[in-house]
Design a protein around this ligand. Structure first.
Ligand SMILES: Nc1ncnc2c1ncn2[C@@H]1O[C@H](COP(=O)(O)OP(=O)(O)OP(=O)(O)O)[C@@H](O)[C@H]1O
Length: 274
C-alpha cells in the first residue's frame, strides 16, 4: 500500500485554487527552418488535473512539451505559468519555477543508484552553496538530511525500496521509468510533464505506472500534462485531452468529447487533409 505523503513536505501553495488556470499556452507557433512543428496552438492546463496531449507521429507533441519547459523558444505566441507571462527562458529556470519532466527515452544516470538519481531531482531546491555542500558543512548537512527524508518518502511511495541501492542501468525498463518519475517528483513540481510514460511497457508495467500517475495526481495534488500513445491509458487517466495533428490543434475536451470528434477520428484513421 502506498504511503501517504504529507503535501506540507512539498512545494508551498502558490495561491492558485484547484481548478484555476496553472498554464496558458497561447497561439504558439514553432518552426525548424522550413519545418512547421507547431502552428497557432492554444490550450490551458488547470491546477490539479491530468491533461493529455495526443496525436499521430510527428504531430508536434514533444515539441510542445519542449516549449512548455523552455527548451524550445517559439517564434510566436506566449506561455503563461502561474499567472506570469514568460519571456525567453532556459529549462533550468522552468525547473526552479516548478516544471519537471520525464523523457521519451529514459534520461537517468545509469551508473548511479536509484537513491542518488532521485536525489539529483532535488538539486534545484537546494539553497546552500556548492562549497558548503561539497564540504558537508553546517546548513548544507542539515539541508541534505531534510531532502533525503523527502526522497525516502518518494521511494516508499513508488514502492522501490528494494532497489534503492541498485545502479539504475541494471534495472528492468519498467522500473527505470518509475525511478525517472521519482526523480521528477523529487523536484516538487507544480506541473509535471510526462513524455510517453508507458512507452515500451508490458501490460502489467502499464497498469502499475497508471496507478502511480493517478496516485501522484490525487495524493500530492500534482498537476500533470502527459503525452501518451496508448489510447486506453489516455482515456482512463485524463481529465481533458488536447489533440494535435500536423502541428495544429484539432480537438480539445473530455475523453468522451475527443473520442467522438470527427476530426480526431479522421486523423487517427489517416484521412487525407487535402
Ligand atoms: N529539433 C528539431 N529539428 C528539426 N525538426 C524537428 C525538431 N524537433 C521536431 N522536429 C519536427 O517537428 C515535427 C513534430 O515533431 P515532434 O517530435 O514534436 O512530434 P511528436 O508528435 O512528438 O511525434 P512522436 O509521436 O513521433 O514522438 C516533426 O516533423 C519533426 O520532424
Amino acid at each position: 500500500m502506498n504511503q501517504h505523503i504529507d503535501p506540507g513536505t512539498l512545494r508551498a501553495d502558490d495561491g492558485i485554487e484547484r481548478g484555476g488556470m496553472l498554464l496558458h499556452v497561447d497561439n504558439i507557433s514553432l518552426s525548424f527552418g522550413g519545418v512547421k512543428a507547431i502552428t497557432d496552438v492554444s490550450f490551458d492546463v488547470k491546477k490539479g488535473e491530468i491533461r493529455a496531449i495526443i496525436g499521430p507521429n510527428g504531430a508536434g507533441k514533444t515539441s510542445m512539451l519542449n516549449v512548455i519547459n523552455g527548451f524550445y523558444h517559439p517564434q510566436e505566441g506566449t506561455i503563461t505559468f502561474r499567472g506570469e507571462k514568460r519571456r525567453r527562458m532556459r529549462p533550468h529556470r522552468a525547473a526552479s519555477q516548478g516544471i519537471a519532466r520525464t523523457f521519451q527515452n529514459i534520461a537517468l544516470f545509469k551508473g548511479m543508484t536509484t537513491l542518488d538519481n532521485i536525489m539529483t531531482g532535488r538539486m534545484t531546491l537546494m539553497k546552500s552553496s556548492m562549497l558548503s555542500q561539497a564540504m558537508w558543512w553546517g546548513p548544507a548537512h542539515r539541508e541534505e538530511i531534510a531532502h533525503r527524508e523527502t526522497v525516502e518518502k518518494i521511494i516508499d511511495f513508488l514502492e522501490i525500496e528494494h532497489i534503492r541501492k541498485t545502479p539504475v542501468g541494471r534495472l528492468p525498463y519498467g522500473l527505470q521509468k518509475r525511478v525517472e518519475l521519482g526523480r521528477a517528483l523529487a523536484a516538487d513540481p507544480a506541473l509535471l510533464l510526462l513524455d510517453e510514460p508507458m512507452a515500451g511497457m508490458n501490460l502489467e508495467e502499464k497498469e502499475d505506472m497508471s496507478r502511480f500517475v493517478l496516485d501522484v495526481n490525487q495524493q500530492f495534488g500534482t498537476t500533470i500534462a502527459l503525452i501518451e500513445h496508448d489510447m486506453g491509458v489516455v482515456m482512463d487517466l485524463s481529465d481533458r485531452v488536447v489533440v494535435l495533428d500536423y502541428g495544429r490543434k484539432i480537438g480539445d475536451g473530455t475523453p468522451d468529447e475527443v473520442r467522438n470528434n470527427q476530426a480526431v477520428i479522421d486523423a487517427y484513421l489517416g484521412v487525407s487533409h487535402e
